[in-house]
Design a protein around this ligand. Sequence first.
Ligand SMILES: *[C@@H]1O[C@H](CO)[C@@H](O)[C@H](O)[C@H]1NC(C)=O
Ligand SMILES: *[C@@H]1O[C@H](CO)[C@@H](O)[C@H](O)[C@H]1NC(C)=O
Ligand SMILES: *[C@@H]1O[C@H](CO)[C@@H](O)[C@H](O)[C@H]1NC(C)=O
Length: 446
Amino acid sequence: MAPLSPAKTLAVLMVMIHLFSSVTAVSIGVNYGAFADNLPPPAQVATFIKERTYINRVKLFDCNPDFIRAFAGTGISLMITAPNGDIPSLANATAARAWVAANVAPFYPATDISLIAVGNEIMATSDKFLIARLVPAMRSLSAALSAAGFHKIRVSTPHSLGILSASEPPSSGRFRRGYDRVIFGPMLKFHRETKTPFIVNPYPYFGYTDRTLDYALFRPNPGKYDPATGINYTNMFDAQLDAVYAAMNRLGYGDVEIAVGETGWPSMAEPNQAGVSVEDARSFNLNLIRKVNSGKGTPRMPNRTFETYIFSLFNEDLKPGPIAERNFGLFRPDLTPVYDVGILRGGQSGGGVQPSPTRRWCVAQLGASNQALQDNIDYACSNGADCKQIEVGGACFEPNTLLAHASFAMNSYFQKAGRHDFNCDFSQTGVITATDPSYGTCKFSS
Ligand SMILES: *[C@@H]1O[C@H](CO)[C@@H](O)[C@H](O)[C@H]1NC(C)=O
Ligand SMILES: *[C@@H]1O[C@H](CO)[C@@H](O)[C@H](O)[C@H]1NC(C)=O
Ligand SMILES: *[C@@H]1O[C@H](CO)[C@@H](O)[C@H](O)[C@H]1NC(C)=O
């Protein structure tokens, strides 16, 4: 091979720098669902996300204080969810202020709560009582946040694509009759006024057939032509977002920002299901991350970026339904990646997420009862564990939760007792992990 001329060497270097910088600039969100009995404690998950990945946004399906606190000081933007059942009372200004005082004020700004979702896929519940109070609840929560001085926290609510009565071709996109002007008009007006995104959950996974698998997975395919616009769509994700755009534009709100609250692809399903494998899931999520980081937008929304949250961070073993439901995760409960989509700092192997045979920690199982956690603390602290750190003023006092304190005490006991698997049993409420649960100045021994 001939040596490269200086000019060519420079060109190659520039390309490498470009590739490198585009990798490091990756920005992506994930849904942190925890419908599982085998996940690490939230503080460990938050540290992992911050230190080992390029994930910079996390979405929670509730407002569990243990999870919100875990992200304090990480710089990760958090979307929290007000439970569906809170919607009727949130429509009342007094109750909305109380909600902010209880669920936001204790954690903000240490935790960068950037968005509050008012319920999840409310339109899909067909609950007329909730649906009628959704926009008033969003307005009243937004006013309560302003009154508290939290002007940067946005308010929205995620929708399934069931809000559309037509979406194929994308130019035909329209909201369901009856909801279009009564609910979506006022909601989009709210989003425009507050400069907040309309959140949708587009899932090509729930729309593909054998014939459109490549189109759904962003792979080379014949494309789908929209005769009304002359646009030849090359992937279903663009088509779904443009159908939402068409519906919004029909009501005069094409300028309102769109965010993607959930999208994803499972890596495992029933053995006879075509289009589901580790390679298919990797193809979808890798191309999705490239797409939303390209800044190219969609054919109807050129150059727009969409704040996007992949479903999901973890495989969740307790989710009911078909096998696929439990296999949407980018990561396994032990924090090893299910496949490589380029979001690990230092790359797949250099990311330090492989289990190490020599360094192991013991932490409390998520979902363990408060009684069990307290028993574990009492047992560990009276049997040699170093429990000074979890006392007031200690490096591990915050977050001040039983789960966090138990993990610290249980690990200390586990290390001192000889690091046998049975030293982390704690009546089956302890879990051994290969990922360092340390965070901030709180160091877990190993
Ligand atoms: C809002 O809730 C408060 C406290 O429960 C109640 O006193 C007040 O009447 C409610 N306001 C409206 C407009 O319903
Ligand atoms: C759409 O694009 C695909 C892929 O580039 C191409 O093969 C196909 O002929 C195009 N179809 C139309 C109707 O333009
Ligand atoms: C999108 O960005 C490209 C490249 O910067 C530019 O040429 C094009 O005019 C932009 N399109 C719109 C609609 O802003």
